[in-house]
Structures are given as C-alpha cells and as structure tokens.
Ligand binder design. Sequence first.
Ligand code: IPE
Ligand code: IPE
Ligand code: MG
Length: 241
Amino acid sequence: MANNQPLQTDLPEHIGIIMDGNGRWAKKRGLPRNYGHREGAKTFRKIVEYCSKIGLHYLTVYAFSTENWKRPKDEIDSIMELLEQYIDDAFAHRNKDDNVRTKFIGDMSALSPVLQEKIARIEKVGEGKQGLLVNVALNYGGRNEIVHAVKQLGEKIKSGEISPDQIDEQSIGNHLYTVGQPDPDLIIRPSGEERLSNFLIWQAAYSEFVFMDVLWPDFTSDHLDQAIYTFRQRNRRFGGV
Ligand code: IPE
Ligand code: IPE
Ligand code: MG
C-alpha cells in the first residue's frame, strides 16, 4: 500500500484472523469445497511467514470451530488432514532460524490420537522460542473456552484452594487457553461475513474489527497491511474519553 507507514513500527501486538471463505472460493470455480480448504492452508502458511517477517508477536487463527462438526464427515476429515500436513511440514522445514512457536487452542480431546500427538510434538519444539506465537484455534469455541475455565475454577473452590469471592476477570483470564497472552488488538474476518462466530468472545471485549470482502484463499500480505493500516486509523478509547 502506497500510503502505508513502514509496518514494523506501531504494529498491533496481537492479531486474530477468522480464516473464512474457503468453501465459496471453491464453489466459484466449480470445485469441491476441499479444494478451497487446501488453498486456504497455503494462504495460512504465507500469512504466518509474513507476520513473522514483520515482527508481529501474537497471531491467532480460527481453523475449526466447535460448531464446524456439523459439516459433512469428508469435509471435516480433509480439514484435519490439512492440519496434520501443516504440522508435518513445520517439522520438516524447521531450522534454528525459524523462531515461530505454534500453540493449539481449543478442546483437543475430540481430535484423533494421531493429530493430538502431532500437536503435542510441535508445541514442544516451540518451547523457548522467542518469535511470533501462532495460536491455531482448533475445535475452539469461545463459549466452550469459558465453560472450561469456569469448571476449573469450580474445582478449585471445591478443593478449598480459592473462595468464590476470589473469582475476578483476571482469574477467569488465567484459565482461558490464551493465558499469559495479551488480548487481540485487531480481529480480521475476510469472506464478507461480519460476525465473530464464537471466536475469542472473552478476549475480543475491546478488539478492533476489520471485515474484508476477500475470500480467505485470495487473502494476501497486502490485505493484512491494509487491515493494519485501517486499525491505525481507529481511535481506541477503552471506555475513556
Ligand atoms: C473457513 O471456510 C474454513 C472453516 C470454517 C473450517 P468455510 O469452509 O467456512 O468457507 P465458506 O464460508 O463456506 O465459504
Ligand atoms: C468460522 O467460520 C469458523 C472458522 C473460520 C474456522 P464459519 O464459516 O464456521 O462461520 P459461520 O457458520 O459462517 O458463522
Ligand atoms: Mg464459512
């Protein structure tokens, strides 16, 4: 973008992306939806690379929601397969210059044992790295995440570790999957839809939203620059004046 300032300065700390529009991308071309997911996975790799290059600290991408199990089994299988491939490739190409850490957020217990094992391995490899942290939201739902946190707090009350009046915003935040991370400053949703679809509903309390009319497989680093540029024009007040 010609009117953009250099991206390295004044970057948001944490960007969330709802990777939407794969199915429509495929449909427009008369292809099965799975082709859209395959192209979407390529976009995901490119955007991770770009975010790492510009020095972003946190990126959270929505890969599969708790509601996406409603889809046909073959579509779900192909999405899970693409995630396995992503992890395998990340392993194959890892080298000491690659400072990207990958973390998966969501309820992993519903995933296949093979995928769970790959996730555990890739997360382990990232330990101690200082670069971009990529959270892949997989079988993730914001409501499910809050329920999970409340259950853990309930257990702590039951065991006498804490009392009910010790529950506050911070203690709830400390039991979310994103514990220790800043809230997303900017949430981008391509595909033309303008909703959160259960993405980071607690953490998005003061996020800026940028909705874009591009399908995820067509999303490029220029679109990301454009969203960051739009974010910079916003006046964040956090309830103040
Ligand atoms: C996003 O693309 C990927 C997932 C939800 C897994 P979609 O598959 O939702 O694409 P559209 O919205 O049908 O175009
Ligand atoms: C949200 O997209 C989930 C992901 C992108 C992974 P959906 O396509 O599932 O959302 P809705 O159904 O349009 O709200
Ligand atoms: Mg969709």
